[in-house]
Design a protein around this ligand. Structure first.
Ligand SMILES: Cc1ncc(C[n+]2csc(CCOP(=O)(O)OP(=O)(O)O)c2C)c(N)n1
Ligand SMILES: [Mg+2]
Length: 490
């Protein structure tokens, strides 16, 4: 519910409850469910005990229509309906009355949020003066098919390079000529970033996954920072936005693009793109030199073997960061999903299998071992609903991400309370649920294992076993290679 609230996923939560007279008086299996999810729902309704009256049915059906419309947004999100029931908790033999009115009781038009013409005109006039503009796209799962073209039109009109992370779902062919590859690696090189300060940034989607990008944008709070928001949210934890433009993102981008005057050719965007290409080539070479596996091998291999129609669900912690840093711009345009609202590591297996239930193409999940373990029970859906997915588990026996934090120096408590290694062999648990299990410990064996899993008739878990210390050192070598390629000091 929390993730759905933050990620603007329409969700209707129906909870069954005791009737009012059994609440708060020692009755078993009864807790206070009123507004149980606090501020994490768009709407809460205590529905009341059912009544066999035509007016009650009208209310129930109107409620269904309204709850659906509220969950659909904008902004989309969870709606919680609490249904108290009295015993005997079984339906009457015959419905009390039958209606002929079918389908949705009330159809709701949410209207369309369009940018105000005078504000976009002002913003466009200000942007017209920008010499060093950027377009930044954070995690976004916007089904609007016109969005990539609109973003491309805006970036072209601005002369701006596009820093679109793979989870923005905007790395579509129309945007590839404008895209900066490996922007996370580029932004780790101070010699480059110091020489390329932006004076205007247009941002779409959730805040960037790359910490290097997020902190660098934060440092430039003197630049015009325009945040485009389609859903009545405030996707701006850094507090640097100069303007928040609300409206359908494609409409906002297209309107701005049209309002911008032609501008002289500049080397600004090509310089970013050349840096990105050099960084990418250096990362790929660095990866090829590693003989022991680490997370980046998994990302690199998925980019090679996944068909374009794949849904790739990326878990939190290192998975989403390494995916962001190592997924190449020319990878297949898979649909990327990630729980980037609350960034929880919980519920991941269920999230992936839920996507598998709703997808026609292959579904692949990429996550850490603790994330996988946290929702092991979610694997029951494989059997129960006959679902097929590939889960690639980055198994470093604990939370590898904490090696990157200052707490890693606190060696007395670090392993036990932060890394929390479990030492488990996941195979028997996975096999208990009827899924296949493959363990890989050499980089060369990974791509064939994933390809086999994609072709297998059942859900398969591919576990990449590697060492946290190896990963840390390999990451260091990869960033050093990218830095050298961009002329940074070692
Ligand atoms: C529900 C939840 N609990 C705790 C956290 C804090 N947390 C963030 S990353 C992480 C470790 C994840 O370990 P793993 O899935 O193995 O990924 P790795 O860091 O090893 O790549 C934890 C506990 C969280 N994000 N969500
Ligand atoms: Mg781990």
């Amino acid at each position: 519910v929390v993730e759905a609230f933050h990620a603007q996923v329409p969700l209707i939560v129906l909870t069954a409850d005791r009737p009012p007279e059994l609440r708060d008086c020692g009755a078993g299996q009864t807790i206070d469910q009123l507004k149980l999810f606090g501020g994490f729902v768009r709407w809460f309704v205590e529905v009341g005990t059912p009544e066999a009256r035509p007016a009650a049915e009208r209310w129930m059906r109107t409620l269904a229509a309204r709850a659906t419309a509220t969950a659909a947004g904008p902004p989309a999100g969870p709606v919680h309906l609490n249904f108290p029931f009295r015993e005997p908790l079984v339906p009457d033999a015959e419905p009390p009355f039958a209606r002929t009115r079918r389908g949705a009781w009330t159809t709701v038009d949410p209207g369309m949020l369009v940018p105000s013409p005078d504000v976009t005109a002002t913003v466009a006039a200000n942007l017209a003066g920008a010499r060093r503009p950027l377009v930044v796209c954070g995690p976004l799962d916007d089904p609007d098919p016109t969005l990539p073209t609109a973003v491309a039109a805006l970036a072209t009109a601005l002369g701006a390079p596009v820093l679109a992370e793979p989870a923005s779902n905007l790395r579509r062919p129309v945007l590839l000529p404008l895209l900066v590859d490996a922007h996370d690696a580029v932004l780790r090189v101070a010699e480059f970033t110091d020489a390329h300060p932006p004076d205007a940034v247009v941002r779409l989607g959730a805040p960037p996954t790359s910490k290097a990008l997020a902190t660098w944008l934060e440092r430039h709070d003197d630049a015009m920072q325009i945040v485009v928001d389609g859903g009545g949210q405030w996707p701006e934890p850094a507090g640097i936005a100069t303007t928040l433009l609300r409206g359908r993102p494609s409409a906002v981008c297209a309107t701005l693009a049209t309002a911008l005057p032609a501008r002289p050719a500049s080397d600004w965007a090509p310089r970013w793109r050349r840096a990105g290409a050099a960084a990418r080539a250096a990362l790929t070479e660095a990866l090829a030199r590693e003989t022991a596996p680490f997370e980046a091998h998994a990302v690199h291999d998925l980019a090679r073997v996944l068909p374009a129609e794949t849904t790739l669900y990326v878990g939190n912690s290192m998975a989403v960061r390494v995916f962001d840093a190592f997924w190449p711009a020319d990878a297949p345009p898979v649909r990327v999903l990630a729980n980037r609202g609350a960034n929880g590591i919980d519920g991941f297996v269920s999230s992936v299998l839920g996507a598998a239930a709703a997808s026609t193409g292959p579904v692949v999940g990429l996550c850490g071992d603790l994330s996988f373990y946290h929702d092991l029970n979610g694997l029951l859906a494989v059997r129960r609903h006959g679902l097929r997915a590939v889960l690639l588990v980055l198994d470093n026996d604990g939370g590898g991400i904490f090696d990157l934090l200052p707490v890693a120096r606190c060696t007395d408590v670090f392993e036990e309370f932060f890394v929390t290694p479990h030492g488990l062999d996941l195979r028997p648990a996975v096999e208990m649920y009827g899924a296949g299990f493959v363990r890989v410990t050499a980089p060369a064996a990974l791509a064939p294992a994933v390809a086999d899993a994609l072709a297998a008739p059942r859900t398969t878990v591919v576990s990449l076993g590697f060492d946290r210390a190896t990963s840390l050192a390999a990451h260091g070598r990869a960033w050093a290679a990218a830095r050298a390629a961009l002329g940074g000091r070692p």
